[in-house]
Design a protein around this ligand. Structure first.
Ligand code: HEC
Length: 153
């Protein structure tokens, strides 16, 4: 019974992998090096700060009256790679930020984040990603230290 189940799981996984359209894969996608300072300028110029506050960056003003405050940056377990950051910016509804009341960040299935794709340059996008990535800090996982066990002789 167990073997049948295992075989079934393998077949289904294979099918799922085979069905994924390889032309939609992000593999091979590489951004050129961005300029974090220019990214910060773009962040302000495009008014990203009207909805986003950056943790630990009181120098980047976030408008207090904003209906939406989604925090970016800070200490995280997994640093967002640039593929994820680019996706958050150019295709915000693809994956919605976690930990916020639905009504604040989405309408139906759509993110309330505006679409910048016809106003933002690729250079701005590249710089924004460099800027945002620098705002995240890796949460160091504290490893449990196990004392060495000496077998009694
Ligand atoms: C009108 C409000 C608004 C503006 C302006 C806005 N965003 Fe957002 N943004 C959101 C909302 C709401 C979310 C959460 C839903 C989601 O993940 O799409 C979000 C999510 C994000 C995320 C993902 C955060 C996470 O933790 O997953 C990033 C990155 C981001 N925005 C970057 C930007 C950048 C860069 C700009 C400016 C070019 C910008 N946003 C402008 C509303 C906004």
């Amino acid at each position: 019974m167990k073997i049948i189940y295992t075989v079934l799981v393998l077949v289904v996984t294979q099918l799922l992998v085979a069905c994924g359209d390889p032309t939609k894969s992000g593999r091979g996608f590489t951004l050129p090096e961005g300029d974090a300072q220019k990214g910060q300028d773009a962040f302000l110029a495009l008014h990203c700060n009207s909805c986003h506050a950056i943790k630990g960056r009181a120098d980047i003003p976030h408008s207090e009256e904003a209906a939406i405050t989604v925090k970016l940056g800070g200490t995280v377990r997994i640093i967002q790679n640039y593929g994820q950051l680019v996706t958050s910016i150019i295709n915000p509804s693809h994956r919605l930020a976690k930990g916020y009341p639905q009504a604040m960040i989405q309408s139906g299935e759509q993110s309330l984040m505006p679409n910048y794709n016809s106003v933002m340059t690729v250079q701005q996008l590249t710089d924004l990603v460099a800027f945002l990535q620098a705002q995240y800090e890796m949460d160091p996982v504290i490893q449990t230290r196990y004392p060495r066990y000496n077998y009694p002789k």
